[in-house]
Design a protein around this ligand. Structure first.
Ligand code: BTN
Length: 325
């Protein structure tokens, strides 16, 4: 079903404003004309404006920018990620809501996504500004029963790699600032917050939250972060369809997550090294003292390996890295 819809949208899109006949669609998709008609109605419900003209066919007039469960799900090509999507126009934090669902026993891959968050959470108890309609604010419940709690850190890195790779396809040169920020140039585009419920050596569930600044202009950011934060719109100079962006993030996350579970952390680590912000550069590190360190890579715990001027390697878990030095 999902595949047919995705293909249908692709076929409509490929016409670039021109019409495609019902007969052609039915041939390409190998389904009846009445099935096409039903799919068209579903598309309309999802907010697509479709024009149908007798003897000419169909064409997309506009795609929905409004987020809804249907428009988010439309064309989503995942197996388990987002099988259940909970869209909330406004919520305190998608993290809280996802924790509630997880405690109630929701499935692995359940997504909570919001139009706005009134109490968005960043790392280290910081506030995460999540204004209505300007970004992707979503959390996914993961139940990686085969992993130990230490792998939660790795999952944050898996997510960062997945998103960075997805954004590369949009020609956005993103870097991953350790441990969990996505950067364009020297400005923050997105952040990831991983929270875990575990008992001893068993993960009960993980809630992995992602915030991506998408359609902000400079003025949409709080003055205190206008120089340090950025959005996709600022980089691309155009408004981005939140639904399409979500689908790409979801799809890439599922691919990288499955790859990680099947093949281990090594390949994620290799990708991360290619994508790491300021990898190979000398920065000031503040531990007990201040010293110069070159960012080398990650170890298997997802901690940062930094080399000092004598060539000695240090493992930093919660290092104070002065990124701007
Ligand atoms: C950070 O960089 O500090 C992490 C930010 C994570 C923000 C996302 S938005 C969706 C989810 N819900 C929240 O309240 N926080 C995360």
């Amino acid at each position: 079903m999902e595949d047919t819809r995705k293909r249908l949208i692709e076929l409509l899109y490929n016409q670039t404003g021109d019409y495609i006949s019902g007969q052609e669609l039915s041939k390409q998709l190998n389904i009846s004309r009445s099935a096409i008609w039903k799919h068209m109605n579903e598309l309309k419900k999802a907010g697509y404006q479709i024009e149908a003209i007798t003897n000419r066919g169909y064409r997309i007039v506009s795609v929905p920018h409004e987020m809804s469960e249907a428009s988010l799900r439309w064309g989503l090509d995942t197996t388990w990620y987002g099988k259940e999507i909970n869209y909330l126009p406004s919520v305190t934090s998608t993290q809280y809501h996802a924790h509630d669902l997880a405690r109630e026993g929701c499935d692995h891959g359940t997504v909570v996504i919001a139009g706005e968050q009134t109490a968005g959470k960043g790392r280290l108890k910081r506030y995460w500004d999540s204004p209505a309609g300007l970004g992707l604010w979503f959390s996914v419940v993961l139940r990686p029963t085969e992993l130990t709690p230490k792998a939660a850190t790795q999952l944050t890195l898996v997510a960062a790699v997945a998103y960075a790779k997805a954004l590369k396809k949009w020609s956005i040169p993103v870097k991953i600032k350790w441990p969990n920020d996505l950067y364009i140039g020297d400005q923050k585009l997105a952040g990831i917050l991983t929270e875990m419920q575990a008992e001893q050596d068993e993960i009960d569930y993980i809630v992995l939250g992602t915030g991506i600044n998408v359609n902000h202009t400079t003025d949409d950011f709080h003055p205190s972060v206008q120089h340090t934060a950025t959005s996709l719109k600022q980089f691309l100079n155009k408004t981005v369809d939140l639904n399409a962006l979500f689908r790409d993030m979801a799809s890439n996350f599922e691919t990288e997550y499955d790859h990680f579970l099947n093949n281990g952390f090594q390949s994620i680590k290799e990708d991360w090294e290619q994508l790491g912000y300021k990898i190979g550069e000398w920065l000031t590190i503040r531990t007990n003292t201040e010293w110069s360190g070159k960012l080398i890579s990650l170890n298997d715990d997802g901690a940062l390996i930094v080399e000092d001027v004598l060539g000695e390697q240090h493992i930093l878990y919660s290092a104070e890295i002065l990124w701007r030095s």
